[in-house]
Ligand binder design. Structure first.
Ligand code: RTP
Ligand code: MG
Length: 139
């Protein structure tokens, strides 16, 4: 059964390029309620652990390096059908393939610097949210 929460990060490029406010605005206008929020920076070790599922992939080292290159926003979002609807709002991984109007279409520069992360399943949404937030930090 689909749960009603997903996890997101505004990636280092989204923050560095000044799109933090616009992206949060798109998220809330898209009907998502922010139930946890944090401005932080991943170490290479922490980014490696977060993306451990990709550790055999050719892009893993670049991904870890990029995700630890600057501050990020981490958030847990609530909406009916949250995981699927949020991935629609952000668009395809490669911004050249992301639908017009999606967050990646508007703000991403490349497949690496693609502005935002969105969980890909209810199970991973819970794991990823718990990676960043204690129960006391979720509202
Ligand atoms: P994310 O996890 O960040 O929301 O992205 P996603 O589900 O759309 O894509 P995923 O397959 O989970 O990959 C995680 C991130 O790794 C980078 N990537 N690069 N060069 C490549 O072929 C490649 N494939 C993936 C992207 O930055 C992607 O967001
Ligand atoms: Mg993914």
């Amino acid at each position: 059964m689909a749960t009603n929460r997903t996890f997101t990060m505004i990636k280092p490029d989204g923050v560095a390029n000044g799109h933090m406010g616009a992206i949060i605005d798109d998220i809330t206008k898209g009907g998502f309620k922010i139930v946890a929020l944090k401005y932080t920076k991943l170490s290479a070790e922490t980014a490696g652990a977060f993306y451990a599922v990709h550790k055999e992939r050719p892009f893993y080292a670049d991904l870890v390096s990029f995700m630890s290159s600057g501050p990020i926003i981490a958030a847990i979002l609530e909406k009916d059908n949250a995981v699927e609807d949020f991935r629609k709002l952000i668009g395809a991984t490669d911004p050249t393939k992301a639908e017009p109007g999606t967050i990646r279409n508007k703000y991403a520069k490349s497949i690496d610097a693609n502005a935002v992360h969105g969980s890909d399943s209810d199970e991973n949404a819970e794991i990823e949210g718990s990676f960043f937030f204690s129960q006391l930090e979720r509202f």
